[in-house]
Design a protein around this ligand. Structure first.
Ligand code: MOS
Length: 749
């Protein structure tokens, strides 16, 4: 196995270049087979009957009519013993539900499924199933859920967790030392991940071997989840997640429909596809929970933060889950006295799941607006206040130094690219449109690490196979990993075949999430390529009778430095004889005694229509310290996508729960407003900040997906304040909300 700590790259020939994706043709021509596209011979289609009520007990399910419908081959419900599989946990981690539970705690919970010859026949049969429900009192807002006497979502009440408390120093002392104090309550809305490809699994059994194609970020997580629930060894469960259309966190782990597809396929002895509609995706497979955060902060006249205190509650859904948001309060800015206290509230709605930078986006909305307000109170520039409070160690983890921390550089280089001082000084306008600029900083709490094992194989003709477990969830993972192999072996990208995201043919990789794929897997890819290279050079050294140290590999040829001897890879006798050569690379551990984080600073310029409440984002600059850029094109894609999601969080996206019926009122892409091309400015600028972090891993990378979205919404909110003099505490800032704010507040300008 290769040395896992090779020298950092200097000048590169492939890595860092803005190259198009290796699978661009398949993706844009429609030849790429996504799980949703997959058609197997003999395949059945499944459709799910879901509880229409926010809270109900299923008294009786009558399949008689449905079973007589054309094309129907099987049904499955809580009555089937094989479906007696525990699913959600309740408070204290005790099992709280089964796959099809007669106690439905939110609209959309699974009651039964049908497998039929066509999707239309399956849906017709679902509509023919007669269900008797006993409806129960429900609660669909956090405020109502925490009132005394509110209907209980779980036995034992609606608090989803014991208060999660973090504390250092003495906040009261810190507040007493402050020259200026701010205390504000902020709220954010529930967002839905909304990947382009909805949730879908195809399951097929060959004897006692299960094969599953799943639109997933983590084929190995789905494999181990299925193996555990179906009591099977890993070698008998094969999961493939190639060409998947996004997940944003909602597809990190096993979902119910995947288990159901496997059970139906076993029951019918036919392959089964279970695809969720867009509406089902809105109701049942995850969301970014709404949050209420009260943040109190103290600052001295010179900008020194003296204390930060966060009290927060996340609206977790019908089953407990993690909703903590306090990471950046503890870690982002230098502050000796910090306290966070976080709880969650259960409501009769779908359970939350991670969504792009879970917790960090919500917290940024509060923390970065408070920083802005503090800067105004002490008459300091908001960029300068953030720079003043930069800290290069992890304050909540024993003061561990970061291997690199580019927040200051992001703020300074971002401000320069944005023209911050000039834009800040420019008039706000006093006509219909008010103009303003804002800034926000961030860090993200992960930067990757082991485990990851990658294989790079060489064919006799010098072409290459890259074999890795990681899924490419639409971010360009395949492309950047192949570029690393191309860099090290000097082979063109089109001579590399990529085998990936298949638990039957590749080795374990963690789910592609947490912005961890590049910093976790790319070092293993590099190590594997270097392992192969050293073996190749050894073969050449034997053939050329030259010391291996004098050999170099370039353009498919191995030559002796300064000498005339050379041999093409395809002409290596030993390789021709064995026909294959293999390098293996393992992700080395992260350095001990240090940690790493990606950092970013975002800048936004907005216009606010004082009569209609419309906010137009005019331009944004995102300065990102995510380490070395492996591909400038896919890196910029991530950043622009992150900014777009930030615009959605700030201005348009929210789940609307209808209080009288307890149902989601906008479970479709017409009424749930994701930013379109019309809402995103043409002027988006990405400023990569490379701190040359050669300590964290051998590719000097830290991950870009999530830090590219964290501060975007807060930068827009701060720009709104700069334009209007009114603080928008609640996200999203819809036109009607803005009209309300402007009519209450005094608008400057
Ligand atoms: Mo991300 S929320 O880890 O896919």
């Amino acid at each position: 196995m290769a040395e896992t700590t090779p020298k950092p790259w200097g000048e590169t020939t492939v890595v860092g270049k803005p190259l198009p994706r290796v699978d661009a043709y398949e993706r844009v021509s429609g030849t790429a087979v996504y799980t949703l596209d997959l058609l197997l011979p003999d395949m059945l289609h499944a459709a799910t009957l879901r509880c229409p009520h926010p809270h109900a007990r299923v008294k009786k399910v009558d399949f008689a009519k449905a079973l007589k419908m054309p094309g129907v081959r099987a049904v499955l419900s809580d009555a089937d013993p094989e479906a007696n599989i525990p699913w959600h946990s309740g408070p204290g981690g005790k099992p709280a539900s089964r796959l099809f539970d007669s106690h439905c705690r939110h609209e959309g919970e699974e009651v039964a499924v049908v497998a039929a010859e066509s999707p239309q026949q399956a849906w017709d049969a679902v509509r023919a199933i007669q269900v008797e429900y006993e409806t129960l009192p429900f609660v669909v807002s956090m405020e109502e859920a925490l009132k005394p006497g509110a209907p209980a979502v779980q036995e034992g009440g609606n608090l989803g967790s014991k208060p999660n408390v973090y504390s250092r120093g003495d906040v009261d002392k810190g507040f007493a030392e402050a020259d200026a104090l701010i205390e504000e309550t902020f709220t954010t809305s529930c967002e839905i991940q909304s990947p382009m490809e909805t949730f879908v699994s195809v399951a097929r059994w060959d004897g006692d071997n299960l094969m599953v194609w799943d639109s997933s970020q983590g084929p190995f997580a789905v494999q181990s989840g299925l193996a555990r629930l179906l009591d099977m060894p890993l070698n008998k469960v094969r999961v493939i997640s190639q060409f998947m259309g996004g997940g944003f966190g909602s597809k990190l782990d096993l979902s119910k429909h995947t288990v159901i597809a496997a059970l139906l396929a076993r029951k019918t002895a036919r392959p089964v596809k279970l695809a969720l509609s867009r509406e089902e995706s809105f109701l049942c497979v995850g969301n970014r929970p709404a949050h209420t955060m009260t943040l109190k902060a103290g600052v001295k006249k010179d900008g020194t933060l003296t204390a930060l205190q966060l009290t927060g509650t996340g609206e977790v859904g019908a089953y407990p889950g993690s909703t903590t948001v306090g990471g950046q309060v503890m870690e982002l800015y230098s502050c000796p006295n910090v306290r966070t206290e976080e709880t969650s509230a259960l409501i009769n709605a779908g359970q939350n799941r991670p969504m792009r930078a879970p917790g960090y986006v919500q917290c940024s909305w509060a923390l970065e607006q408070v920083l802005d307000a503090l800067a105004e109170k002490i008459g300091m520039d908001p960029v300068d206040l953030r720079i003043k409070n930069f800290i290069a160690v992890h304050q909540a983890q024993k003061g561990l130094p970061y291997t690199s921390a580019g927040l200051r550089e992001c703020l300074m280089e971002g401000a320069k690219a944005f023209g911050w001082k000039e834009a800040r000084a420019r008039a706000r306008g006093n006509g219909t449109w008010l103009r303003g600029v804002g800034v926000a900083g961030c860090l993200w709490g992960y930067a990757g690490g082991p485990p990851s094992t990658v294989i790079v194989g060489l064919n006799a003709d010098g072409s290459v196979i890259l074999n890795m477990g990681a899924a490419d969830i639409g971010t360009g993972t395949k492309t950047v990993m192949a570029m690393i192999v191309a860099e090290e072996l000097g082979v063109p990208l089109d001579r590399i075949r990529i085998e990936h995201a298949d638990t039957g043919t590749t080795l374990y990789s963690a789910p592609s999430g947490g912005s961890k794929t590049v910093p976790s897997d790319s070092p293993a890819v590099r190590a594997a390529a270097l392992d192969l290279k050293s073996k190749l050079l050894e073969l050449a050294a034997e053939q050329l009778k030259t010391p291996v140290e004098s050999l170099e590999l370039r353009g498919g040829e191995i030559s002796a430095r300064g000498g005339s001897q050379k041999v093409a890879i395809g002409n290596l006798a030993a390789l021709r004889q064995q026909q294959a050569l293999v390098g293996v690379g393992k992700r080395a551990p992260n350095p001990t005694g240090k940690t790493a984080r990606p950092f970013a600073a975002h800048f936004a310029e907005v216009e606010v229509n004082r009569y209609t409440g419309e906010i137009r984002v005019l331009r944004m600059v995102a300065a990102q310290d995510s380490g070395r850029v492996l591909n400038l094109l896919t890196y910029r894609n991530q950043v622009f996508g992150g900014l777009t999601m930030g615009i959605g969080f700030a201005l348009t996206e929210r789940r609307v729960m209808d209080q009288p019926t307890g149902k989601m009122a906008n479970a479709n892409w017409h009424d749930y407003k994701i930013p379109t091309a019309m809402d995103v400015p043409a002027e988006l600028t990405c400023v990569p900040v490379d701190m040359h972090d050669h300590e964290w891993n051998n590719t000097s990378t830290k991950g870009i997906g999530e830090p590219a979205t964290i501060p975007a919404a807060a930068a827009i909110a701060n720009a709104f304040y700069h334009a209007t003099g009114v603080r928008a505490r609640s996200a999203p800032m819809t036109p009607s909300a803005v009209i309300g704010l402007l009519s209450q507040g005094k608008v400057k300008g």
